[in-house]
Every structure is written in C-alpha cells, then in structure tokens.
Write a protein that binds this ligand. Sequence first.
Ligand code: SD4
Length: 316
Amino acid sequence: MKAHVTLIACLLIVSTWAQANQPVVVSTWKFGMQANEAAWEVLSKGGRALDAVETGVRVTEADPNNASVGIGGTPDEQGNVTLDACIMDETGDCGSVAFLQNILHPISVARKVMEETRHVMLVGKGAEEFAYEQGFEKTDLLTAKAEARWKKWRAENEEGKKQEINAENHDTIGMIALDKDGNLSGACTTSGAGFKIHGRVGDSPIIGAGMFVDNEVGGAVATGWGEAVIRISGSHLVVELMRQGHSPTEACRLAVERLISKNPDWKDIQVGFLALNKKGEYGAYCIQPGFQYAAYDPDNGNQLFDGDSRLAKKAN
Ligand code: SD4
C-alpha cells in the first residue's frame, strides 16, 4: 500500500515536470524584453497572468521614446495621439478601448472596462470620460519629438496618402503570459498606424484580431498593418490553428498564408503573429523579415528572437 502511494506521488511529480514550461511570458518587438522583465516580476512571485500582462505592457505605454505605443506615439493625420488597447483573461473575460485620447495607460482602462462594466469595448470620448470616472488623469500624449515627426510628414505628404507600415512604423506591444497555475492572459496596446485618418481604429483593440486567448489552448497577438489582420480575425485564427494541433510557429505561419491569400497588397505590408500555447511553447511568423519577439521562461531567461518570415524563406 505504502509503495503504491509513493509510486503515485512520483508519477504526479514527473507529470507536473513534463506538463508545461511555466511561467512564461512572450511579447512583440525588442522593447518586449523590458516589458517581459516587469511581467516576470509578477509571474515569478506566483502572480496571475492577467496582472503580469497589464504590468508588462504598461512599461511600453509609459516610454516616450516608443513611437507607436502610449505617450510619444505617432499622431494621426490631424496631429492627435489616439490609442487602442485590449486585455483578456483565462475565463474569456475581456475589455477594450479604442480611439482613446489623453490617457497614459489605455491597457488599464481596458481592464476597468472588463472588470467594472457589463461591456467589452468603449471608444472615443465615452472611453475617455469613463477613464476619468475611474480615476485616470488627463495627460498630454503628444511629445515634442512626435509633433516634429507629424509636422515633417504634413509638409511632405498629401492628406489621406496611404501610410505604409515600415520598419519605423510598427511597434505595437502584444503580450501573452502563462502563470504558475497554468492560466493564460493577453494584452495588446498601440497608438496604431502613424498618420492614420482621424477616427481610424486598427486590429489591436479588437478581441480576436489583435489579440486572443483561449485558456484551453493558448493565446496569440498580432502586429503590423491592422486592416489586413482584421480581415482574417488573425489572432483568433492562430489560436484555432493551435487547437487543431499545430505548433505556435506553424499556426502563425498558416495565419500569415491565409492573410496573404486575402490581401493582394501583402508584399507591401508587414504583419507578424506571436503565439504561446498551454504547454508553454511559443513561436512567431511574419511576412517581411525583421519582426522580433521577446520570450522569458524559467529555463532560458529573457531572450530576443527573430520571427521566421515568408519573404525570407521564399523568393516570390
Ligand atoms: C494597427 N496593428 O493599428 C496596429 C499597428 C501595429 O505594430 O501593430 N504596429 O494597425
């Protein structure tokens, strides 16, 4: 009997080891390294994935030198910084804000929408008023550097000219975390496409497009030209592909192939997907070379990776 109990205990320990690489946090772009450090502070103390992703992306939102997230973000064609963000937890609960102005941490407003209202998404003036009601302060998000970029752009471009997503213009932070209890959450926050039409909203605050989490399967985030991501419900597609048994990298690759099939202008745009599954495995795939992501896990620490890309692999 005693031997029996010992055997069961050993099996349980081994199966826990084999179960998952956790906690883990992954996020988009090089600045994801810094955001991961903040998220790891939460995860390594046994904290919840939801708290980790909110804490992590707030670092990027507060960085005035990041030209595509939070303060210092590139304005729209009229010179307004307008922000989009969303958050999702392990129960499938989610919150989102879009076209939000004058608020430093849209991700935290999105979390308040999730936790304090019966809605999922608030936009524009309504979202801003809600933020003030929740105690957020009014902040001028247009830095001198961003204003100078806008003035230069205005001098060089006709109004309404299509803005290409290029190396300087795609810095959204998307983050997915798996905590020690095996629960997943995700966050995504951005100032969107630089010099966009006033009122334009991209994929980043759209649950299922810019970010999606299913606690049974995994989570995914998108970065790049949001219009193309919305057309295929990109992050939801990546999660569904993982549900079908594909690895995170393969799921991201198949989603990029789907996106290519629906967007004839795909060679002119950049889109990248990043995914983390329930086992703690992660991977990414993008159209153009150059997309990087950061991953922090207990075995390897915080590392920066180059996402595989379609145009690096095939000469079309
Ligand atoms: C958007 N997807 O608003 C965002 C922009 C972005 O990396 O990801 N930049 O379309």
